[in-house]
Design a binder for this molecule. Sequence first.
Ligand SMILES: Nc1ncnc2c1ncn2[C@@H]1O[C@H](COP(=O)(O)OP(=O)(O)O)[C@@H](O)[C@H]1O
Ligand SMILES: [Mg+2]
Length: 215
Amino acid sequence: MQLNKLKQYNGLFLSFEGLDGSGKTTQISKTKEWLESKNWNVMVLREPGGTVFGEKLRSAILETQEDIDPLAQAMLFASSRAQLLSKKILPFLSNKNHCVILDRYIDSSIAYQGYAAGLGMETITQLHSYSPLNQMPDLTFYLEINLETSLSRQSSRGEDKDYFEKNDTAFYQKLELGYKECCKVFSERIKVINAIQDIENVFKDIKQDLNDYIV
Ligand SMILES: Nc1ncnc2c1ncn2[C@@H]1O[C@H](COP(=O)(O)OP(=O)(O)O)[C@@H](O)[C@H]1O
Ligand SMILES: [Mg+2]
């Protein structure tokens, strides 16, 4: 299997974005399975985490009982991300037929800390101007749903809410705005997928975009 789009890495670097309940976990698992059936090695990663240091940062932020300053949050994510890039993502991507899939990445930092928490997009993009944080995915899927669908899918999942899920409608509206801005600014990298469709049709659209990278 060869790659037919100009890419930055020997492997393929993907990220999935979208509101809670947009189907990221569902579609990542289908994408992983599909690529593996074509003999790709796939590594799925979440942030913060994925390294020993990153998992410690994850516990620190998810278990904390106090509000975390937005800049502190942004820098914590950036710190975990830099470590993940150096130790896992970039070494893995130096191999052909290797794919890294991130469940949320830079666009989540822009939407959550940049927009919803009010730091501004510029602060987040500036943080990511330094190596290795300036290494971007080849392709990002933004799974677009509306707020009502997000809330109803979250409640049907019935899990306890974590630090980032305990938020009100106004917060989600700002997140949505942040994601929309990302889609505009990074239109080359981000593919917007209609994620209101049923699971199989969402995946069909994802595969269609992936086919431009994989022949
Ligand atoms: N396209 C879809 N249509 C209907 N339900 C979906 C769809 N995609 C995912 N779901 C369901 O919605 C819930 C949230 O999906 P999930 O993949 O966990 O989203 P995320 O990881 O983005 O929060 C799960 O119960 C999942 O089975
Ligand atoms: Mg998920």
